[in-house]
Design a protein around this ligand. Structure first.
Ligand SMILES: NC(=O)c1ccc[n+]([C@@H]2O[C@H](COP(=O)([O-])OP(=O)(O)OC[C@H]3O[C@@H](n4cnc5c(N)ncnc54)[C@H](O)[C@@H]3O)[C@@H](O)[C@H]2O)c1
Length: 311
């Protein structure tokens, strides 16, 4: 296939490109390095099956020119703002990079008759659902972050474009995804700060915030497997792990892996890390398990593996 990976210079997108190339597909990547990096894709330069365009997906004319030239069979849409803390302070980031990238890609898919789409959605569309194991059928969807809202808005746009243009869509709602090439988030941040000061670590909140962490290799395996069975209309799955890891446990795992003892944890207090951060979250994964996909590593194992990969 001829495929587009939008946001392919990012953490997850670059791993997805590696997997698509390994399957023999021709891969085009568009990224403006808003968060992604040249380093993530530099190993692909010289690969005749890989083409890179450095451009903003919201530049409709430039995007349309790429669609004119490349004749895509499948679009994998991973372009978004992934730094939720940054957009909590500056909401227009989400409008431009998360919501509008979806609109511009869908519009090009409509005008160029591209009929298959994968969309990277998020558990953030559910909002705070403490005490529940959240399934695909869980409602109401009440995102509390601008990021979650822009993803839910994107799902709405996808629903209409899919219906109006007979586009087959696969949506995965991911939890926290970690692994090699990670650029931000709690693990990246703790490792960086412990290297600077191995005696003390400031932890946002009270440390009991607890979420599922899945490995990027598990996620990419899911996308690669399910893309082949994509069906008419929209197919939506939660993907992840059913276990969770607390922030204090993450700090303990990192200290253990870095060989640090007696590190003083200083908690800033309160339930969440920042306003808009869902403090406790758990998934019901019956649907994707029934369809034949299971994670290889639990949440704690994923954290430990990632720490080894990034330290
Ligand atoms: N990493 C996670 O834990 C996680 C969880 C749930 C959902 N997701 C979603 O998965 C996708 C990939 O996440 P990631 O962690 O790899 O993030 P990332 O930031 O590393 O990747 C996103 C990429 O999109 C690019 N991008 C953003 N706006 C753009 C624009 N206007 N034009 C061109 N490129 C643009 C960025 O430069 C970046 O390379 C995102 O859609 C994200 O929302 C990630």
């Amino acid at each position: 296939m001829n495929v587009l990976v939008a946001g392919g210079a990012g953490f997850i997108g670059s791993h997805l490109i590696d997997a698509l190339l390994a399957e023999g597909h021709r891969v085009v990547c568009i990224d403006n390095f808003f968060i992604g990096t040249k380093k993530n894709i530099e190993h692909l330069s010289g690969n005749p099956k890989f083409t890179f365009y450095e451009q903003n997906i919201c530049d409709q004319d430039a995007l349309s020119a790429v669609f004119d030239k490349e004749n895509f069979d499948f679009v994998f849409h991973l372009a978004a703002n992934s730094d939720i803390q940054a957009s909590a302070k500056n909401p227009p980031i989400e409008y431009h990079n998360t919501y509008s990238t979806t609109f511009h890609l869908l519009e090009c898919m409509r005008t160029h008759q591209v009929k298959k789409l994968f969309f990277a959605s998020t558990s953030a569309v559910y909002g705070e659902k403490e005490g529940e194991h959240v399934a695909e059928t869980t409602t109401p969807l009440e995102p509390i972050s601008y990021y979650g809202a822009a993803k839910l808005g994107s799902e709405g746009l996808i629903s209409a474009y899919s219906y109006m243009n007979r586009i087959s869509v696969l949506i995965f709602r991911f939890p926290n995804v970690i692994g090699p090439r990670l650029t931000h988030g709690v693990i990246f941040d703790f490792v960086k700060r412990l290297k600077e000061n191995p005696k003390e670590l400031t932890i946002l909140g009270d440390g009991t915030q607890s979420k599922p962490y899945m490995h990027v290799f598990d996620l990419v395996r899911g996308i690669i497997t399910f893309k082949d069975g994509i069906q008419e209309g929209i197919t939506l799955y939660n993907i992840g792990v059913e276990t969770q890891t607390s922030v204090t446990r993450i700090a303990d795992i990192i200290c253990g892996k870095m060989g640090l003892e007696n590190v003083k944890y200083r908690y800033t207090g309160g339930r969440g890390g920042w306003r808009g951060d869902v403090p406790v979250f758990a998934y019901n994964l019956d649907k994707i398990h029934s369809a034949g996909w299971q994670a290889t590593w639990t949440s704690d194992e994923t954290v430990a593996k990632t720490v080894e990969e990034v330290i």
